[in-house]
Structure formats: structure tokens, C-alpha cells
Design a protein around this ligand. Structure first.
Ligand code: NOJ
Length: 693
């Protein structure tokens, strides 16, 4: 039953406002937060520390129904997997009108690479090395999701990974801590902007804290074990960058790290995150990760797990309901202090105030805005632009690309006409059927430019059926050039989607062999969520284009690159191995005491394969060529606090304009600890005209 109407809360806030005119906003919010906290029962406080999924959709095992009753009773202060103005408004009305204190709900969702307008998967976007573009895509994702009633995205995922078997590499920015940090910053800025005064920004969430990208054997959720040095040097920097950029929330990770599950890891959450790095927002767990500490063998039962989480510094329990069921008891027993609970609730309420929800709980609920903002034409144009920038040209023998206008084309492969897969994994509210496929884009060009376009699927992504090969080979023979669009389906990457073999699935490689046997030039366009191994194709295809999952306007973006309307400029942010046996493989490796020498035995090498990858980090071709000369570094020796200034002349020596990503690496030759052979420390992306410096 509701005892205090919302009005009571609003009046207290309003009176604080007038009496505190000259105090800083943060102080004013503290007073407002305290005035609300003072009205709350312990049960209501614990309710603010609880988030449940709705029944709209699920992103994990559903173990809790009836969340509407929890909203009414004040047992749940936030919800996820709920979006659209109509749906969130209904739930917000329950919170505001039917709960005792009327505290507004916070709505979260996995808006990972776009809400309705879907951008390339984050791994693809990172290959653009274009921070402004990534900030813009996050900013558009924020505008669309905020227009659809959302306050909070569970992004960016900033987990560094050297593990292509791990399905979630598609969600991150690859293997490098420096680049990953810049991407983390850009995406936080894009999602959150400078404040929440308007209605086009959402809370960012740095995840998964910490080390989730290094599961043993690449199996999702698996144990993580690394030295603190490796953690701090390679895995921690992007989390830090995201926090410094102002991310208001952090999500714990499922894994244990050095024997302690992250969700119960006081060192990680309280010492490193809050004390060392000054994080002031709130910490939410990953989905049921409190409960999972029992399976980890770290907690005796769920109650114990809740105590470990609360005492480690967790503020909000996602989906597990552990705080709701047991925290009161743990406080009564003196195992968790109410003071700690108050601090957690303060952090959560503060953010609700910062968003302006106490002033107007329906601030993000405007149907007209939703209609105007979602799928706005400018958003789709931006999606096409960043999609072009995300493409990496891996091979281009004898200038097979760009395509010569007017030549006849056989467009084949299971993904050529596919729209649904273009949105990639973790595309939440995305609508695959609204994507423009490669075939759609080529049909439009063929209608305009009048060239002969033939299409045949050839085979499926998976399975053993080769009956479609013959027709695809037939049209291939008839055409001047064959374009084969092959790869993974979107569900082969993402959460719980690790693969032990990272080959191109099904009979697709066999299909490419049949196409190459025609003697016609074969351009392979890859769509995938992770680095794959394809040595035969790497050797025999005429050209290879890494197109990842490019989102709503993937087809036209691929057309732009294949026809040279956009000169490819992307560079890989994750190493592509030659063989799964090389994994983990990454560019910033150390020299060892017995550096690699393929010609002798007693050194760090394999007997059956070279050490080098198929395509290294930082690799990507262009339709033009660049030369580098006159590299100057200001000095020879540096101390820790010095700035290194390096200049180099880069000349476009080809016949078309192009962008080059000039990368700057350092190596500490002698140190008190060993350092990698190469570490990225800077880069610049420059556009130069043909023949120009
Ligand atoms: C589990 C995932 O690990 C996390 O990234 C996501 O935000 C939550 N589920 C909520 O869907």
C-alpha cells in the first residue's frame, strides 16, 4: 500500500532546490538523495539495489517472473530488456503511482552497436581507428534508445581479447590496450555526452569488470588467470579510460580472476575501481553473477554470495534476486552493514537525479520524439559511412579491386542476399529485415549503371549440401568476375558462442575452391564476428574483403568499397591466425630468451607452422600506395615522464586519393621488467590526394 505519495518526495526536493541556490549541483543532489533515503525502509533500499529483466525478451536464463509486483512493492528499482515509449511508460506508471514512495525506475538495455539503426559490430568499428565516427555511432545509438524510453545502455564492452575462439570479441575493440582505451573513451562520450540535461543521452556502462576477455581456452564464462602485471598493463587500461571519460556505471564480469570471482572481488571493486581510480557511479553485477559464485565454489549458498558481493562493493544485483531475498537477514546478523547499503542506494538515487527522473519520471517517454528519432535518415547515412570505414581489404592481387564499371558480375554465396545476419550479434532491438543486403545494393547499381548481374546462393552457411554449387559455377563462368559473400551466421558470435574451430563453416571453403577452378577472378567478401582461419582462400582468392557484420547499411557500404567510391582504409585491430594452434596470438608479444628463428630448433617456435599470423594487428590494404620517409624522433633516450615526438613524411604514391592510418609503436629495449617487442602508442589517420604528401 502506498503511504507517501510522490508529491511528498517532490516537495522535499523542491524545497532543497530553493534553499540551496548557491551550492554546487553535486551538493544539491546529495541533499536531495539524502532526503529521499531518509524516507526509505530497508526493504525499499534493497529494492533500489535490484534489477530484473522484463518478459519482453531475455538475454540469459529467466529465473524471476512477476516483476510488476516487485515494482509495486518497491522491491525492484530498475528493469532491463524493456524498451519503447509505450512499454516503459506503463511500467514507470506502476512505479510512480503504485509504489509507496513513487521512486522512478531506471530502464537499461544492451544497446551495443545501435538501437534500431544498427552500426557495424564494435570489433568492426574499431578497425576504422576513427574515434569521431565511433563517438558519433554511440551518440546516435544513445539518441535512438533515449527516444525509445531507455536511460541506460550496458555498453561499451571494453574487454581486451587475444582470443578469437571467444564469441564476444565481436563486442570489443580488439587486442590493444592503447587503441582500446581511446575507443572506450569515444564510446562513453558518445553515449553520455556531457550531461543529461537533454533527452538524447543514456548512461554508459563499462563492462565486464574485469578480465572477461581472457577466458582459458576461449570458452565463454571460463576461468581467467593472469598476473597482476599483465592485468594492469594490457587488460585494465580501457576500463580506466572509460571511467576517466565519466562512465556512470560499471558491470562486474562472470569470471573469476586469480581465484576470486569478480562479483565478490573487493580488491577489484573497492580498491582498484573506487579507491585507486575514483569511480563514483554504481556497480551492477552481470546477469545472476552473484548466484553463480556458489558454482564457482566461492560461496556456500546464495545468501553467502550476496554478502560477499555487497561487502566487495556491488551496488546492484542483476536478475539474481539475491539481495532481495537475503540482504535484510545479512544486515540483521551484522554481516553486511546498513551503512554500506545506504551508500549503494545513494549512488543509484544520485544517478536517477542526474538523469532528471525525479523531476520528470516520463522525461524519456515521448511517442512523437520516438517516431522522429528512431531510424532517422541521417542515422542510416551515418551507419553507411562508418560501415565503409570499418571494412578491411586483406588481399588485392593484380588490382582485382576496385571493380571496373560495366563488367558483368556473378554475385554468389550464402550471405550475398542475406539481410537478417547483417545486424550481427548483440543487436537487441535491431530489425534484420530492414537492412540493405549486398544483392539489394548491387541490384540498385545494376539498374542505374546497366551492367549484367547474376545471382545464385551456391550453399548455406552451415551443413554439407553442395547441390547449389553447379548453378553458381555456371553463372560464374558467364561473368567477368565472381563476388562470393561467405562467412559466419550472426549467432556464431556473441555471448555463449565460443567456437573451437574458427574456420569458415560448412562447405563454404569447398564452394570457393569450385569458383576459383573456373579461372575467373574471385573476390571473397567475408562476414563474421571474429578473426577466422582460411589459409587456402588467403592463397587462392584474387581479393579478400573483411566486411564483418556491418549493420543496417552493410550492403551499400560493401558496394561503395568494391566499386572504389570509398577507398578502403580500415586496419585490423585483432590478429588473424593462420591456424587455431597459434591462439592466443597477438602483436604485442615479448621476445623471450630464445627469440623465434624458423631455421634452427632450440627456440620459441612450432615444428609444423611458422609463428607469424595470417594477417597481423594494424594490417589493411588500400587502392593506393603510401611511402614513408624521413622519420625523425626528437631524442635517443627517454625517461618515464618524457613525451616522444615523432614525425614522418607519408606520401600517397598511387593514382587515387586515400586515407592512411600512420601507426607509432615503441619498444623499451632494456627494462627492469620485460616489455613487448612492439607497443602501439599513437596513430594518425590522414587523407591524402594521389601523388601528395
Ligand atoms: C549478460 C551479458 O554478459 C552482459 O553483457 C549483458 O549486459 C547482460 N547479460 C544483460 O543482458
Amino acid at each position: 500500500m502506498r503511504i507517501w505519495p510522490l508529491l511528498a518526495v517532490v516537495l522535499i526536493i523542491a524545497s532543497c532546490k530553493t534553499s540551496a541556490q548557491s551550492v554546487k549541483t553535486s551538493d544539491r543532489i546529495s541533499t536531495q538523495v539524502d532526503s529521499v533515503l531518509a524516507l526509505m525502509t530497508l526493504q525499499e533500499k534493497i529494492g533500489q539495489m535490484t534489477i530484473y529483466t522484463t518478459d519482453w525478451e531475455s538475454t540469459g536464463p529467466t529465473i524471476k517472473a512477476g516483476y510488476q509486483n516487485d515494482i509495486r512493492s518497491g522491491d525492484c528499482g530498475s528493469l532491463f530488456n524493456s524498451h519503447t515509449v509505450a512499454f516503459t511508460r506503463k511500467l514507470q506508471e506502476i512505479a510512480v503511482n503504485e509504489s509507496r514512495l513513487g521512486i522512478p525506475l531506471l530502464f537499461g538495455y544492451d544497446v551495443i552497436h545501435g538501437y534500431k539503426t544498427i552500426f557495424p559490430i564494435p570489433l568492426a568499428e574499431s578497425c576504422s581507428w576513427d574515434m569521431a565516427a565511433m563517438e558519433q555511432s554511440a551518440s546516435i545509438a544513445a539518441a535512438e534508445s533515449a527516444a525509445a524510453g531507455l536511460h541506460w545502455t550496458f555498453a561499451p564492452m571494453v574487454d581486451i581479447s587475444r582470443e578469437p575462439r571467444w564469441g564476444r570479441v565481436m563486442e570489443g575493440a580488439g587486442e590493444d590496450p592503447y587503441l582500446g582505451s581511446l575507443v572506450a573513451r569515444a564510446r562513453v562520450k558518445g553515449f553520455q555526452g556531457n550531461n543529461f540535461n537533454g533527452t538524447d543521452k543514456v548512461l554508459a556502462c563499462i563492462k565486464h569488470f574485469a578480465g572477461y576477455g581472457a577466458p582459458i581456452a576461449g570458452r565463454d564464462y571460463n576461468t581467467v588467470d593472469m598476473s597482476e602485471r599483465t592485468f594492469r598493463d594490457f587488460y585494465f587500461p580501457p576500463y580506466k579510460a572509460g571511467i576517466e571519460a565519466g562512465a556512470r556505471t560499471v558491470m562486474t564480469s562472470f569470471n573469476d580472476l586469480d581465484g576470486i570471482p569478480s562479483t565478490g572481488n573487493k580488491w577489484l571493486l573497492s580498491d582498484v575501481l573506487r579507491k585507486e581510480n575514483g569511480f563514483t557511479g554504481f556497480i551492477v553485477t552481470d546477469y545472476t553473477s552473484i548466484n553463480e559464485m556458489v558454482n564457482h565454489g566461492f560461496a556456500a549458498d546464495e545468501k553467502h554470495a550476496g554478502e560477499l558481493a555487497a561487502n566487495a562493493g556491488v551496488d546492484m544485483d542483476m536478475q539474481g534476486g539475491v539481495f532481495q531475498r537475503y540482504l535484510k537477514e545479512s544486515i540483521a546478523a551484522g554481516i553486511v552493514s546498513e551503512k554500506m547499503v545506504d551508500e549503494a542506494v545513494r549512488r543509484i538515487l544520485r544517478i536517477k537525479f542526474e538523469l532528471g527522473l525525479f523531476k520528470d519520471p516520463f522525461k524519456y517517454c515521448n511517442e512523437q520524439r520516438e517516431k522522429a528519432v528512431v531510424f532517422a535518415p541521417a542515422h542510416l547515412d551515418a551507419a553507411r559511412d562508418i560501415a565503409r570505414k570499418s571494412i578491411v581489404l586483406l588481399k588485392n592481387n593484380n588490382k582485382t579491386l576496385p571493380l571496373t564499371k560495366g563488367k558483368s558480375i556473378a554475385l554468389v554465396g550464402p550471405l550475398a542476399a542475406d539481410r537478417g545476419n547483417l545486424i550481427g550479434a548483440w543487436s537487441g532491438a535491431g530489425e534484420g529485415d530492414k537492412c540493405v543486403s549486398v544483392l539489394d545494393a548491387f541490384q540498385e547499381r545494376a539498374a542505374k549503371d546497366g551492367f549484367k548481374l547474376m545471382h545464385s546462393k551456391g550453399c548455406a552457411i552451415e551443413g554439407t549440401d553442395t547441390s547449389g554449387f553447379a548453378e553458381a559455377v555456371r553463372i560464374g563462368r558467364e561473368a567477368d568476375i565472381i563476388i562470393a559473400v561467405i562467412g559466419e551466421s550472426k549467432d556464431m558470435s556473441g555471448e555463449a558462442s565460443s567456437r573451437a574451430h574458427i574456420t569458415i563453416p560448412g562447405v563454404q571453403e569447398q564452394f570457393i575452391k569450385a569458383l576459383v577452378a573456373t579461372g575467373k577472378p574471385v573476390v571473397v567478401v567475408l562476414m563474421n564476428g571474429r578473426p577466422l582461419t582460411f589459409p587456402w582462400i588467403a592463397e587462392h582468392a584474387s581479393a579478400i574483403v573483411e566486411a564483418w557484420w556491418l549493420g543496417s547499411r552493410g550492403g551499400p557500404a560493401i558496394g561503395d568499397v568494391l566499386y572504389g567510391d570509398y577507398n578502403p582504409s580500415g586496419k585490423l585491430t585483432m590478429t588473424f591466425p593462420r591456424d587455431i594452434g597459434q591462439v592466443p596470438i597477438y602483436y604485442n608479444l615479448k621476445n623471450t630468451g630464445r627469440p623465434y628463428d624458423p631455421n634452427t630448433k632450440w627456440n620459441s617456435r612450432y615444428q609444423d607452422i611458422v609463428n607469424s599470423p595470417q594477417y597481423p594487428f594494424g594490417y589493411g590494404l588500400s587502392y593506393t600506395t603510401f611511402t614513408y620517409d624521413s622519420m625523425i624522433v626528437t631524442r635517443k633516450d627517454y625517461t618515464f615522464s618524457d613525451t616522444i615526438i615523432a614525425t614522418v613524411n607519408v606520401k600517397n604514391t598511387g593514382s587515387v586519393a586515400g586515407e592512411e592510418i600512420v601507426q607509432f609503436y615503441v619498444r623499451d629495449l632494456v627494462g627492469s621488467v620485460t616489455r613487448p617487442l612492439k607497443e602501439l602508442k599513437g596513430f594518425e589517420k590522414n587523407k591524402t590526394g594521389a601523388g601528395r604528401e
